[in-house]
Every structure is written in C-alpha cells, then in structure tokens.
Design a protein around this ligand. Structure first.
Ligand code: SF4
Length: 691
C-alpha cells in the first residue's frame, strides 16, 4: 500500500498493453500514475486512465450463462455451469479421444493463470491442443530470436537503454499510438542527439516523431533489411571483429546480401536508394545501434524470415550484447511475454522448455507429479486448431479464456463458421464478447484489479499485480475456475491451490533450470522492488536486465546468422484486387475492443472502424472523408468509414482490428501461415474497393 495525497492506494499495473505501466488505485477506483515505477514514472495513456471504469460496468458478466432449449443464453448457478462443462468435456473425449477437447488462452492472463492453463490442458484434460493468442502476436519474433540467440526475451535490455542508443531502426511498430508513455524514451534519445528511423507503410504518429521514415511496401521487410546489409558490407561498415568473435554463419548471409543491390531493393520496397544509403550509413557509423521490430514486420507468412533479416543486420553491426545496442521485439499484449514462457503454447512447457525435449518432459512431469508418458506431445497452433473445429479428427469442444478469436483470428468468416460447428464451446470473459456470444456456457471472470498475480512486461521484467478490490459476488478468477473444473474431471489433487501465490511457487520450481528461469523470483522480492528481470536462477540472484553481454544462449555461445531471402506475400495485388490491405491499432482501443469499446471516453475518441486511404486513391473511387466504404478480399467484405490521410502509401489501405461484425477487418485478412511460427499473414493481403 502507498499513500497518495490523502488517500491510500494500491500499487498495481494497467490491464492492457505490455508496457504494464505502474498505477495506483484507491477504493473508489480513482487512478493515478505510479511515479515510483521506473517504466512509466507516472505517465499513463488514455486507456490506462480509464481502465477502472470497466470494473463496475453495467454490461459486465456477473453470473454464469448457459444455453437453454430455445438456444438462448440464460443465467445458471456455477454448479450447473461447471457440471455441464465437465460433462461435455468427458463425453467428447470418450467419443473422439483426448485431443478432441481444445484450450485457447489469452495474452493478458497473469503468469499464474497462463501456467495453470498449460497444466490444466495437459494434466486435467490430457490434450495436446492448447495454444494462446500470442500465436497471433509474438510468435514470429520469438521463433527468430530462439534461432539466432537461443532464447526469446522480447527486449533483451531494459527500456532505459533506449535514450543512449545513437541510432534506432524501428520496423513495423507505432508505439506513439499503441503505448504512448514509451515515447518518452525515444524523446530522450532524440534530446541526446540520437536518431530514430521508422519503417512503416504509413507516416504514423511514430514516424512523424522520427528523423527518417522509410515508407515500405507491405511485406517487403526481408528485402529492406537485406538491402541495408548489402550497403553496410559494400561500404565497409560491418563490425568484422564482432562477427568473427561472437557469431557464426556470416559467409552465407553475405552471399545472399550481395544480390540485394540498392536499385533492386528500391523496386521491391518502394524506398528510394538515397534513403536506403542514408539509413545504412547512419546505422553503420553509430557507436550504439539498436534494431527494433514489431508486428508490422512480423505478422507475415514469412514473419520469421523478416525478423531474422533484421537480426542479421543487428549482428553485422556488432550490436547485440553491447551497451545501449541490440535487437529487440516490442511485445504488444499485456502478458504476451509471460504468456509464452509458461506452457500455454502448443509446443512449450513451463520455463520456455520445448515439449519434445526428453529432459524438459521429465522435469515438468516430476513437478506435476505425473508420469512423463502421460504428458501429451505438441498440439496444433491457434489458427490450425480453429480450422479443425468440428472436423473429423479435429477439436470438438473448446475452452477459451479471455480470447475473443471471433474478432482477432484471420479469415474471421471462416473461423466463425468453424466455431459454430463445435459440439461445445465454453468461454470465460468479463463481457459477452463476440466469441462468448456464440458459446454454450459463458463464465464470468474476475478482472485485473480484483485478483493477485504476476505479469512479465516487454522488457522481461516480472512485476506484481496486486488486488485492489474484491470481485463482485458470483465472479471467479480463472485460476479458481480451472481448479473447480479439474475437480469435476477427477483431478483435484493436482490443482489443490489456496491462492495465486501457491501457483507461483510451483511455477518457480517448474521454470527452474529452463531458459525463462523464474526460480529466484519471489513475491517477497517483487514486493520490495520494481520487478525482477528473468532469468533469475536463485533467491540471491538480482535478475538479468541485459542478456548476451558475454555469450548467447546457443550451445557454443555464438549468435547465428541466417541467410534469408525476400519472398513476395502469399497474396499480391492483381487486376481483381489491386491494392494492399494492412491492419493495426488505434490509440483509443486495445486488441479486439472487447473492453475498450465499452469505455465511454474511449468511444468518444473513436467509436467506429475506419479505413485510412490516400486522398489520390480515394478520388479514383469518388470517396470523400467520412464516406462509408466497403472493402473486399478473396475471403469476405467489411465496411468502414473513410479516413483520408496523405501519410499512407497510395497503393495501401490501413484498417484497425478493434471491431467485429460488419466492420471486422479480419473478415478480410489472409490466414496464410509462417511455416515456422504458424503466424498468420495479418499485415498484408490484396484488397479492392467495392464501388
Ligand atoms: Fe496501459 Fe499500455 Fe497505456 Fe501504459 S501504455 S497505460 S500499459 S495501455
């Protein structure tokens, strides 16, 4: 507890994005920025300021709902709801096998809940089919970092390093809108004489704050990064000593980069040669260069290659592991980082262990008190699981916690059709989201300020989220729900926790010795400070804010270059669909808008889906600012309000993904998957304007 003015307030964190700004809440749900938390030092964006308005929102789910004989959702007791769920799961597994029940988790669940989800799927259900919506967010950058560095921590350095980087290249991110308080780090960098280069098809709010903007053709990131590398090699600006001492595989990358001469890269990326040379020289001449990527570069069917191409650039500059330098991926969702470390992904076990690693399986089976042979193998990734709903050999019954995939999945029409073919769907959420609205049983979940737990922010900093108020009567936290369900599935003894802290104690043991080692992170340590960076292998260990100073997490300690080539997006504009469509976020909303669309103040700012179109392109179709426009792709149509912008490329339309129904941009997006990360190609497809 902390004293703020006259009031005592609880120190906690914003429920939304991965910055996890520190905030103070009092019993009347007043909010103040927490000046003592170093990440935001009191700053909050409008989403954070208004976040408590949902705690007592009149539309909130307060009782379980179940579908009656008329097909309507009606209130039922917890006992009835849980019995129905357990029965449906049991019957489904008896008829179709264990993997016929699937589990999908959210990227904002606490570490405790993410861990318990993984254990629930594998121990209570014995299913291989568990995944989480970080698959749609961080999976390409994560896979690339593991390939190159042997470990994935979004930012392997604290945000505090940003102001001291001389040149930063940020590809496919718009933090000025998605997490505004982080911009103070970039502003400090500029004030110190540093330069920011932004790669984006739009002249976004972040690009406007940059020294240079590379207006890339959507889907051309690998070509751009290879082109910059070509110039660095040609002009003698790579760090040969670093490459020799700390990396392997540069030879092949050099050969590939040779074919990305500037004129060719200008043709592919649309970025003029002079700008390419200026950007490469700025990076190559900097004492401390930093390369950052976000979803614009990663949400592609070649997202892993795009991230690897940017990592190659960072390695050639001798940057990773050096002070105020390196490669990092900016995590988006609240616990997108922790959510992928504790076994919520189809191919992972807690501690960022691989599920196909015999040692990892043995360790986790021992912590969970089961035989290793009982642990399922890797299951399907999120989109593949959705595509299998109701199909022979696919998932027939599903539990979704805080994952509004009817809006967030690509090719949404198809996903909703599949969702309707499930035999049984149970959704736990705060509100009747578009996905919950399709469910057979809906369970009301406690919100962030009503429960204890830990989160891991975009820096890999584990922080404590404290309970500020009690949840309304009749509402359970998801960890309690999972324990109750496990009980009804005959697995109580594996889920006998009294509170969140007990789950965290087990998580610590499960992660011990893994890449994401939380063993030394304790609630006591988190109470005392501003978070602990993983890995933290013992209670005496202070945590690890900076990775790779001496070696990388590969078997020989060297980082690995990967020779990657540019490949065209799965779908390119043609006669029928002549334009690019790309998607992203707007300042006032978060993810599918299931929460933020219910906040009055945020709706006053933006209350309908819009399509950003260049005025010259709009003229071709006779469109004016504020007109309604219908966009079509091979997968569907959706309607938007026209927002004219001279900042966007003339061949590209941008639309945010915070709305469902007729304005769901994911009705249009392409589900082509990256072969490694299984990330869908959200960021580029071919579209046409329907007159
Ligand atoms: Fe919340 Fe992110 Fe805004 Fe901070 S930047 S207040 S964590 S939404």
């Amino acid at each position: 507890m902390t004293k703020t003015g006259e009031k005592f307030a609880i120190r906690t964190h914003c429920p939304y994005c991965a910055l996890q700004c520190g905030m103070l809440i009092d019993g009347e749900l007043n909010v103040a920025g927490d000046k003592s938390f170093p990440v935001n030092e009191g700053s909050l964006c409008v989403k954070g300021w208004t976040s408590t308005s949902l705690l007592r929102h009149r539309g909130r789910l307060l009782r379980p709902l179940a579908r009656n004989a008329r097909g309507e959702l009606e209130p039922v007791s917890w006992e009835e709801a849980l019995t129905r769920v357990a029965q449906a799961f049991r019957q489904t597994q008896e008829k179709y096998g264990r993997d016929a029940v699937g589990v999908l988790g959210g990227g904002s669940l606490t570490n405790e809940k993410a861990y318990l989800m993984g254990k629930f799927a594998r121990v209570a259900l014995g299913t291989a089919n568990i995944d989480y919506n970080g698959r749609f967010c961080m999976s390409s950058a994560a896979a690339a970092q593991i390939k190159a560095f042997g470990v994935d921590r979004g930012l392997p350095f604290p945000l505090a390093d940003i102001p001291r980087a001389e040149v930063i290249l940020l590809a496919g991110g718009n933090p000025a809108e998605t997490m505004p308080p982080v911009m103070r780090y970039f502003e400090a960098q500029r004030a110190a004489g540093g330069r920011l280069i932004v790669v984006d098809p739009r002249f976004s709010a972040t690009a406007q704050a940059a020294a240079m903007h590379l207006k890339i053709t959507p889907g051309a990131d690998a070509a751009l990064a290879n082109g910059l590398l070509h110039i660095l090699i040609r002009d003698g600006l790579v760090d040969r000593d670093y490459i020799a001492a700390r990396t392997e595989g540069f030879g092949q990358v050099k050969s590939v980069a040779a074919s990305y001469w500037p004129e060719r890269v200008e043709r592919i990326t649309g970025v003029p040669e002079a700008q390419l040379v200026r950007a490469a020289h700025a990076l190559g001449n900097a004492r401390a260069a930093m390369i950052l990527t976000a979803r614009g570069a990663e949400q592609h069917a070649q997202g892993v290659n795009n991230a690897l191409a940017y990592i190659n650039l960072a390695l050639a500059l001798g940057s990773p592991g050096r002070p105020f330098s390196g490669y990092g991926a900016i995590t988006g969702q609240g616990n997108g980082q922790g959510g992928r470390e504790h076994g919520q992904k189809a191919d992972q076990l807690p501690g960022y262990r691989r599920i196909d690693d015999p040692q990892a399986r043995k360790h986790i089976a021992q912590v969970w008190g089961i035989d290793e042979s009982e642990l399922p193998r890797a299951g399907q990734s999120a989109y593949e699981m959705m595509d299998s709903f109701g199909q022979p050999g696919g998932v027939r019954a599903l539990l979704a916690l805080g994952f509004n995939f009817a809006v967030s999945a690509p090719n949404a029409n198809h996903v909703i059709e599949r969702l309707r073919s499930l035999d049984f769907l149970v959704v736990s959420d705060f509100f009747l989201s578009e996905t919950a609205n399709q469910a057979d049983v809906v369970l009301p979940a406690a919100q962030w300020a009503e429960e204890e737990g830990t989160m891991t922010n975009l820096e890999g900093r584990v922080i404590r989220r404290r309970r500020a108020i009690d949840p309304p009567a009749g509402v359970l936290s998801d960890w309690q729900l999972l324990c109750e369900l496990a009980d009804r599935l005959g697995k109580r003894k594996y889920f006998a926790y009294a509170n969140e802290r007990e789950i965290f104690e087990e998580l610590r043991r499960a992660s011990k010795g893994g890449a994401a080692d939380y063993y030394g992170v304790t609630y006591r340590k988190l109470e005392a400070g501003d978070g602990v960076f993983w890995p933290c292998p013992s209670e005496e260990h202070p945590g690890t804010p900076r990775l790779f100073a001496e070696k990388f997490h590969t078997p020989n300690g060297r980082a690995r270059f990967h020779a990657v080539r540019h490949a065209a997006p799965s779908e390119e504009p043609d006669e029928e669909f002549p334009l690019y469509l790309t998607t992203g976020r707007a300042l006032a909303h978060y993810q599918t808008g299931a929460q933020t669309r219910r906040v009055e103040k945020l709706n006053e700012m933006v209350n309908e889906a819009f399509a950003e179109i260049h005025p010259r392109l709009a003229r071709r179709y006779g469109l004016l600012d504020g007109d309604e426009v219908t966009l079509a792709t091979r997968r569907g149509v959706a309607r938007f309000k026209v927002k004219l912008s001279t900042g966007i490329r003339e061949d590209t339309i941008f639309a945010p993904f915070h709305w469902g129904g007729e304005s769901s941009v994911n009705r249009l997006t392409n589900p082509a998957l990256d072969p490694v990360s299984r990330m869908p190609e959200f960021k580029v497809c071919a579209v046409r304007v329907v007159k």
